[in-house]
Design a protein. Sequence first.
Length: 115
Amino acid sequence: MNEEEVPYKCSCGGSLKKTKVEVEFFGIDFGLRDAEVCTACGSEYIDQETLKVIEKEIKERKIFALEKRVLVTKSGESLMIRIPPEIAEFLNIHYKSLVQLFPVDKDRLEVKVVD
């Protein structure tokens, strides 16, 4: 891939090169897109036009604004997290769906739909 250096620097002071990067949103691959990548810290910068195209695709796929904050409640000895209907629909989760929970690190929990 032909990488061209740009005339300005990254905020860390490193050089930026024009290249292509994989873009992913909510686990959905949006393919290779033009970006500038820092050779020192690895930060990736996507231009406004590319972001607008990606945002349009996200809205067309109806996954825009799926991120929600929910309150943890309690039922007996178990803690409960309610899944908002928009997220349940996107993940095809229904009443009595089977999911697996994975603690990714101390402040992140992953939910995998099994059936």
